[in-house]
Structure formats: C-alpha cells, structure tokens
Design a protein around this ligand. Structure first.
Ligand code: FES
Length: 107
C-alpha cells in the first residue's frame, strides 16, 4: 500500500441523547463520511488519499469536524456539499479551503 499524501480523519463520534457535549453524529457526520467515500471512489485517488472515520477530535461544538494531515488543518462544520471542494482544492490541489476551516481560537 502506498503511503497517502493526505490523510483525512472524519469525526464519527456519537454520544447518548442529552449529553452536554453533543457529537458530530448528532450534526450529520454520517452524511459527510459517506460523501467522502463517494468522492474518493469518483476520483480514484487511492494512492494519494486515505480516509478514516475517527472518534472525537476535540471541538465537538463546531462539528461535523474533519482533520487533514500532514498539514493539521481542521474543517468544521462540514456539510456534504463542502466535501467536493475539500477534495479538489486541498486533497488534490494542495491548497487548504480557508472558508471551511474552524476558527483559529478553536484549532
Ligand atoms: S464529537 Fe466530533 S469533535 Fe467531538
């Protein structure tokens, strides 16, 4: 397996109803993760990008959150409609999508 150039971590954390932190699952991360996998298939970029569903990555209140390495860029809240831009501009174009980043005081 080639080492990916970009590794995308999509928070998929769920918490019980009424939990004070809420979760990315409450905010629709499943749709976001599914869209990442769909776009991944469409672009056939298996040697460049890896996608991993992960547990909580920190700022639950700004989710669904997505973290991209090696840059350590966090996006949030990400919607299904944002995924194509993250793919084309950042993962394949190497330019992080400034408008989708979480605020600097969050990450
Ligand atoms: S639940 Fe997604 S960042 Fe905490």
């Amino acid at each position: 397996m080639p080492r990916p150039e970009k590794h995308v971590f999509v928070c998929s954390q769920a918490r019980p109803p009424g939990h004070p932190r809420g979760s990315c699952a409450d905010r629709g991360c499943r749709d976001v993760l599914d869209e990442f996998y769909f776009q991944f298939q469409q672009r056939q970029c298996f040697d460049k990008v890896a996608i991993t569903a992960t547990g909580c990555i920190g700022p639950c209140g700004s989710g669904p959150n997505v973290l991209v390495y090696p840059e350590g860029v966090m996006y949030g809240p990400v919607t299904k409609a944002d995924v194509a831009a993250i793919f084309d501009e950042h993962l394949l174009g190497d330019a992080p999508v400034e408008r989708l980043k979480v605020p600097a005081d969050v990450w």
